[in-house]
Design a binder for this molecule. Sequence first.
Ligand code: PHE
Length: 513
Amino acid sequence: MKMRLKKQVIDILKILQEKNEQIIASELAEELDIDYIVLMSAINELIDNSLGYFEEKEIFQVSLTEEGLKYLKNGLPERQLITILEQDEIKEIDLQDFLEKSTLEKSLFYIGIANLKKNRWIAQSKASGENKVFIIAEEFPKTDLEVFIEKFRAHPNLNVEGLSTQELEQVDILNKRKLINKTQKTQRIIYLTEKGKKIDVNQIKELEQVSKITSEMLTSDAWKKAELKPFDVSKPGPLLKAGKIHPIINLINEIREVFLSMGFTEIRGPIVESAFFNFDALFQPQDHPARELQDTFYLNNPKEAKLPEKKLITAVKNTHENGGDSGSIGWRYNWEEKVAKQTVLRTHTTATTIRRLAQYYYENGKKPIKVFSVDRVFRNERVDKSHLAEFTQIEGIVIDDNVNLCDLIGLLSEFYQKLGFSKIVTRPGFFPYTEPSMEVSVYYDKLGEWLEMGGSGIFRPEVTYPFGIKEPTRVLAWGQGLERIAMLYYNRNDIRDFYVNPIKWLRHQSYLK
Ligand code: PHE
């Protein structure tokens, strides 16, 4: 059977056969004055008939900046300056007079002078006491740079690959003078197969297919006779670059859903926190190494935080000094209010959940409380593949009578299961504010590995008693970094990717969650 192709496809095939060189899809579309999508759909038909194929290639291009374009129009500053001297046949001139005569902006004038000297067209001398400029050349032919810039007139975007070594030197100069932009993009290069090169286009029959039914076709009934082109939904379409929700926000929302589905309510707290809620209320002694500057960002402005009412401060002070009424003997040192007033960028969201505990003291309706927080925390860490100085923590607490470690493990299992991890394992751990404390690891099917996720525990009496939360009421708590989960979810091995925003990756994220 004779091959049948649409007229436009046959035309494009003819052009491809005539051209022997490498053909760039976007340039061909421009040359033929057809839509890029139309061209690619024609190429797809060539591919279906084994007549052609295309390859994708990363290309680097340069174009002139706004300033560069101005020079393309009016000449480089050095050309503008030399033209002034030429026109008035000036052989020497006082630098200051030259500046005024030139009407160029001062900075541009000096750039022009520097380049005139580089071109060896002028010399500058202060020998006579005046700062003078002398012409030292006979002629002022177009420089390599000027010749090169001209290229942009016909091609606003030049492919770096096609440039000679000499031209690349000019690119370098333009780059140093901040006159060009460099861009990178993916290009499709079209080729014909052997069959495509040899086929006699006259032997191909024209196929009259329509891909769109117009209103004329409908009114004239022509649509009834038309042969409709079937859609091939497996063919790649053009990449849409519409706005979408950032993967981290998507994940945060998913985690919110998980907490909400478990009956938790979201709470938020201040980013600028007092040492009191970040450390003291969590029974971390005032000389605890975690408070030291290497971990915590202390603030100068505001320098001091407002503390809660005196009664709570005294209760926390007593607990640190002698255990207060918590049954503990405390840390046995002199607790200072001054230290608790220091302001910090909160280092964990436990500062926020402990604020909720303090509130419980006021609204002591003895109702169970389940709250969570997903929020930003800050630590003075060196940023690398697996550490950020600013990251997100997720954290949940439950306040109720007689809740115990089994309840906590049950909550953790449900929570991680809802996030997609079928199995968890807990191990004894340590946090200054929980006892017992557990480290939580989850089993990650994709890797077939156990991964450490976060911390958990029951708040110590030293933490809850000052806020009036006493046996048999207890507080279960757990928390972990969000970006660790994000790395697994999105299969990224550099944690920084979530904040430096690699545009290619973001463009390939789905629009819907
Ligand atoms: N605050 C701990 C952290 O920053 C996590 C944690 C929360 C541990 C609650 C125990 C209880 O790692």
